[in-house]
Design a protein around this ligand. Structure first.
Ligand code: BTN
Length: 323
């Protein structure tokens, strides 16, 4: 869909939303500066996206209901920040990270987002599958930070905090499990973050920040939780998407201005791991550090107090030791 038709469909929708009575094709045609045939085409396109729109002789078009999906047309009006240059998708895809990466390679600007409510080949960290049933929020944002590659190591933490802020705004308060999980207080996972990117030496070309949030359902009842569980009601997917995106824009901008140091205390406060005994392993399962979590430093490293001193951990998979 071109930018223009996107804009026109947004105008049609806002006119339909502005009244309980119908809006005539003629009024819409005048508002858009197009023919009534073109208006009909926009109405058809909206119906294909899942909008139920009635057409009655003499009364015009009436919006009966909008789809519960993170469609750009639904999410865009809810965004508070102007960070997001371009929104795409909104239904089902293989992996939004793959789609965003294709756009990034094609030169898409920072703030381009791909959204989906379902993924068929969702990816998690360390090559794991990210189960992405319908009724989730799967979003990938193209970032082009003007920093050198080593400085971007903290970005998963910054994005994770942004997602936490977005969920806070909805009334869903989460803990952070370093480096990129969002958990309820009982330890079940609500959301995860996966960053992928391309750099040439110390120069970052692009980064795709992918976020998956369980909204309607939790894929694994014992280990995951959903946003709806917090409320006991269905939170519109577009609302969750907009809140999470605004949260990410907020922390990302702040990080660009001041680095990670201002976030360290907050990350620490929200840390699910604070003071707990952990085992950190690398992607191959080899032990990186074992001991009690002593904090997060100003560089975003997990500090693990081992028998032989405190080890700052840059990357790894953390499991709680129950011994
Ligand atoms: C993790 O906890 O392992 C990270 C999960 C990140 C999943 C998101 S969903 C949107 C984006 N597309 C993907 O294929 N993965 C990320």
């Amino acid at each position: 869909m071109t930018r223009r038709s996107d804009d026109r469909r947004a105008i049609v929708l806002s006119a339909l939303r502005g009244t309980r009575a119908g809006v005539s094709g003629e009024v819409l045609a005048t508002e858009l500066g197009v023919s009534r045939v073109a208006v009909r085409k926009h109405i058809e396109a909206l119906r294909e996206l899942g909008y139920e729109i009635e057409a009655r002789a003499g009364e015009g078009y009436r919006l009966v209901c909008a789809p519960d999906a993170p469609l750009p047309l639904e999410v865009r009006p809810l965004l508070a920040t102007g960070f997001f240059a371009r929104l795409e998708g909104g239904r089902v895809t293989g992996s939004t990270n793959d789609d965003a990466r294709t756009l990034a390679l094609d030169g898409a600007p920072e703030g381009t987002v791909v959204l989906a409510a379902e993924q068929t080949t969702g990816r998690g960290r360390l090559g794991r599958e990210w189960t992405s049933p319908p009724g989730g929020i799967y979003a990938s944002v193209v970032l082009r930070p003007a920093v050198e590659t080593p400085e971007a190591i903290v970005l998963p933490l910054v994005v994770g905090l942004g997602v936490a802020h977005g969920l806070d705004a909805l009334g869903v308060h989460t803990k952070l499990k370093w480096p990129n999980d969002l958990l309820c207080t009982d330890g079940r996972k609500v959301a995860g973050v996966l960053l992928e990117g391309l750099s040439e030496g110390w120069l970052i070309n692009w980064i795709v920040a992918g976020v998956g949030v369980n909204v309607r359902s939790a894929p694994d009842a014992d280990r995951s939780a959903s946003v709806d569980e917090f409320f006991g009601r269905r939170v519109p997917l577009a609302e969750v998407a907009a809140a999470v995106l605004d949260g990410i824009a907020g922390t990302y901008r702040r990080w660009q201005a001041a680095g990670f140091a201002p976030f360290a205390a907050e990350y620490e406060r929200r840390s699910y791991l604070a003071g707990r005994p952990v085992r950190v392993s690398d992607a191959a399962g080899r032990l990186v550090a074992q001991g009690d979590v002593a904090g997060i430093d100003a560089l975003g490293r997990l500090l693990v107090a081992t028998g032989s001193g405190t080890v700052p951990v840059v990357a790894g998979d953390v499991t709680l030791r129950e011994d």
